[in-house]
Design a protein around this ligand. Structure first.
Ligand SMILES: *Cc1c(COP(=O)(O)O)cnc(C)c1O
Length: 360
């Protein structure tokens, strides 16, 4: 099936920033994609237009009841000028899982993928090429119906915006210090923790703020019922090397099913490394550390890909993991995954999608 996406090109082009100098998500390209929904017509009018502000009624439901979801993925430029996406089909599947949870109508994943590809091609000169840089792609849906009644909106906008991003690690991959949060929780099973929806992030800001004040860069969330079992780190899933096994929290309904997480599990298993997905308590982790069995810890997510954890602080008890250095497995995973994403290494899993029509 082919979709006709109308394209209105910008008459003026913006000046491109130096991506090594700007903070994540602060600069946007010349165009954006919009798809509208209303109860009568369903999703309609797919279009690429110049990047611009949108006008919404102050009563639009998204402002009051948070009916909204988002995604995040990246386009990479290879050394020979090709453009690659990493597992975009997985992001669009998850987009619809989030939609389903938030009572937002399903979006045709093929149309969304086509829109995403065409938008990146229209703005292809924005995809940076330096090591570690990429074009961050942010698809999202907002409920736009101007009505204060609490019920699913009858109008939505699905939009895609693009932002050139610099290397996550200015000086190469390095371990982060993490605060284990015992007071606030992010989500509970049965809630919306497994959806990529705005409220989860607003709910996390307080703890993040507190952690930053104390000199920690991220929060490790514990489960909302017992404040005992490990969930995830900021917007990353988390892995631990305990002895010769890799353990990661199981998808229990309150954590986000990361695409990097799934890719890391598949990659480790292909290397013959055993990965166990199960409940793991913070107590168990600290005890393993005391026995010398906690070898490595790392977070996984699109933004940083692999983020080694060098220190954990849980209620004032501090442990240093792997001597505060990047572990062997973390660097191997980082090199292998980013190598595949940038087209520098073979792609045995078929994860990479090349954009046809890139001008080298
Ligand atoms: C997006 C996200 C992740 C990571 O997902 P990826 O698909 O690997 O980028 C993990 N946790 C949360 C809460 C997230 O929002």
């Amino acid at each position: 099936m082919t979709y006709s996406i109308s394209i209105e090109l910008a008459t003026e082009k913006k000046t491109k920033p130096d991506v090594s100098k700007i903070s994540f998500g602060s600069s946007f390209t010349d165009h954006m994609f919009i798809l509208d929904y209303d109860g009568d017509r369903g999703w309609h009018s797919p279009r690429i237009v110049p990047y611009q502000p949108i006008t919404l009624d102050p009563a639009a439901k998204v402002f009051h009841y948070g009916q909204t979801i988002f995604e995040g993925l990246k386009a990479y430029r290879t050394e020979d000028g090709r453009l690659l996406l990493f597992r975009p089909d997985q992001n669009l599947k998850r987009l619809n899982r989030s939609n389903e949870r938030m009572s937002i109508p399903d979006i045709d994943e093929e149309l969304a993928l086509e829109a995403l590809k065409q938008l990146v091609l229209v703005d292809q000169d924005w995809v940076p090429s330096a090591e570690g840089t990429s074009l961050y792609i942010r698809p999202f849906v907002i409920a736009t119906e101007p009505l204060l009644g609490v019920a699913p909106s009858q109008q939505y906008k699905f939009m895609i915006i693009l932002s050139p991003v610099g290397s996550y690690y200015a000086e190469g991959i390095h371990p982060v210090r993490i605060h284990v949060e015992s007071r606030y929780v992010r989500a509970v099973a049965g809630g919306v923790g497994e959806a990529k929806t705005a409220g989860n992030y607003a709910a996390g800001l307080k703890a993040q703020e507190k952690a930053t004040e104390e000199g920690y860069s991220q929060v490790l969330w514990l489960d909302g019922v017992h404040r005992k079992y490990i969930e995830e780190v900021g917007s990353m899933n988390v892995f631990f090397k305990l002895g010769d096994k890799i353990v990661t929290p199981e998808l229990n309904g309150s954590i986000l099913a990361g695409i990097t997480r799934a890719s890391v599990i598949q990659m480790l298993e292909s290397w013959g490394v055993e990965v166990v997905q199960r409940r793991i308590s913070i107590e168990e982790l600290f005890e393993a550390h005391d026995r010398g069995e906690l070898i490595e810890a790392f977070g996984t997510g699109t933004a940083a890909v692999i983020s080694p954890v060098g220190e954990l602080n849980w209620q004032g008890r501090k442990i240093v993991i792997g001597g505060g250095q990047t572990g062997e497995l973390s660097s191997r995973l980082y090199n292998e995954l980013t190598g595949i994403q940038r087209g520098e290494r073979p792609d045995p899993f078929g994860w990479v999608v090349e954009l046809k029509g890139a001008e080298a």
